[in-house]
Write a protein that binds this ligand. Structure first.
Ligand SMILES: [Zn+2]
Length: 72
């Protein structure tokens, strides 16, 4: 019951965002959770499996600043 209410009230905004991997330069799609205003995290490139630092901010379900950096 409690879990159901939390999920109902929580706005879930998942969006695929096109990017280019800074390691292998392949086009990749990153899945962003736009319900969080600002975040930064490390994700592995689906093509070359190297670590990427993904950072972005979101406002009203729209991506504002989006950046992918190579992690080393
Ligand atoms: Zn890559």
């Amino acid at each position: 019951m409690y879990e159901y209410l939390v999920r109902k009230d929580h706005m879930i905004l998942i969006q695929g965002h096109a990017a280019t991997c800074p390691h292998c330069w392949e086009p990749i799609t990153l899945t962003l959770d736009l319900s969080v205003a600002e975040q930064s995290y490390i994700e592995d490139c689906p093509v070359c499996c190297k670590a990427l630092i993904v950072s972005y901010s979101a406002n009203s379900g729209e991506v504002q600043d989006f950046n992918v950096e190579a992690s080393d």
